[in-house]
Design a protein around this ligand. Sequence first.
Ligand code: SF4
Ligand code: SF4
Length: 84
Amino acid sequence: MHIIKIDLEKCIGCKECYWACFVDVIRWDDAQDRPVVAYPEECATCNWCELSCCNEAVEVIPVNPVPYPEPYPKFAYPASYVTS
Ligand code: SF4
Ligand code: SF4
């Protein structure tokens, strides 16, 4: 599950992160007038909430249980590993 951190000390309640999230991850707490991370398991790590925040209060930390493969594995692209 990915981690979405919202620094409520920095947050000014502009709602941009809430509007930015195209899935259900960030919801709005009407009582506190602040965003709340409701469904982090649905995060697509698009980073749009982080980029939308005018006050750098949102941080998306991808957590991938399986590491990404090497983009150019040596056995398939030996030429890319040649150094001179
Ligand atoms: S990274 Fe994308 S999917 Fe995840 S909480 Fe932010 S806007 Fe929503
Ligand atoms: S975009 Fe940033 S400042 Fe605006 S509500 Fe979200 S966390 Fe708060």
